[in-house]
Design a binder for this molecule. Structure first.
Ligand code: SAH
Ligand code: DHB
Ligand code: MG
Length: 225
């Protein structure tokens, strides 16, 4: 998946756009370097997509953000930077080592008081949140194991409220949505989530195809009805 295409013009264009428009700060750069040093795969959102997440958090007026899939906290920091005073972000991460690196990155960004990272399988964390009867989330970003995307979408609705915004990454997966044999388990999860976006009466959504430094993929945006 996502073979690097060094000659692709759209990759250079995206670097140019991010350099001119986005300007990631030092805390975001730190998240990228610590991720590489820790041997994590470079699968965080691109800087322009991270900035989009921040702007969507701000434009939606979200105070409570739920993230599924933390990695080193790159997208976490972007979204937390969009929160108002008193806002909260809860991020779910399976691997303790990822959570540890992300925690340090979020703290170094001065956002530690806004962010909680829960380690473990996200499906269990989400069930736990429902049991705790937590306040509804205003904004949910889904970016973990793609085979669970339909379950994550269902939890996002249940832990949200009418008007909650949901963003989901990796909706095209190098075209595997039309050619599931390329990556059957992942494609099935993504396809099932796409059908939910189109048909679930609790949702209204769209998907934008993306090309850039992260290859050929897609970003979904939905609103809970
Ligand atoms: N959102 C991050 C990237 C996340 S990469 C960013 O843009 O910066 C996907 C992450 O999901 C990885 O850290 C992986 O360990 C985690 N993950 C995979 N399966 C998971 C599961 N079942 N529950 C929680 N996290 C999971
Ligand atoms: C992978 C996961 C992601 O969330 C992503 O954006 C790209 C790749 C992966 O697991 O390979
Ligand atoms: Mg992703």
């Amino acid at each position: 998946m996502f073979e690097h295409q060094p000659t692709a013009r759209w990759s250079a264009v995206e670097d140019f756009l991010s350099a001119v428009v986005v300007r990631a700060d030092n805390s975001l750069k730190r998240a990228l370097t610590t991720a590489l040093e820790a041997g994590m795969p470079p699968i965080e959102v691109a800087p322009n997509a991270g900035k989009l997440l921040k702007l969507l958090v701000q434009l939606s007026g979200a105070r409570r953000v739920l993230e599924i899939g933390t990695l080193a906290g790159f997208s976490t920091i972007w979204m937390a930077q969009g929160l108002p005073d008193g806002g909260r972000l809860l991020s779910c991460e399976y691997l303790p080592e990822h959570a540890r690196v992300a925690r340090a990155n979020v703290d170094a960004a001065g956002l530690g008081h806004l962010v909680e990272i829960r380690t473990g399988r996200a499906l269990e964390t989400l069930r736990g949140l429902a049991d705790e009867d937590v306040e509804p989330f205003d904004f949910v970003f889904i970016d973990a194991d793609k085979e669970n995307n339909p379950h994550y979408l269902d939890w996002a609705i249940r832990l949200g409220r009418p008007g909650t915004a949901i963003v989901m990454d990796n909706m095209v997966w190098e075209g595997a949505v039309l050619d599931p044999a390329l990556d059957p388990v992942t494609a099935r999860g993504i396809l099932s989530a796409l059908h939910m976006l189109g048909q679930d009466p609790r949702l209204d959504g769209t998907v934008i195809q993306t090309v850039g430094t992260k290859g050929w993929d897609g970003f979904a945006l939905a609103r809970v009805l």
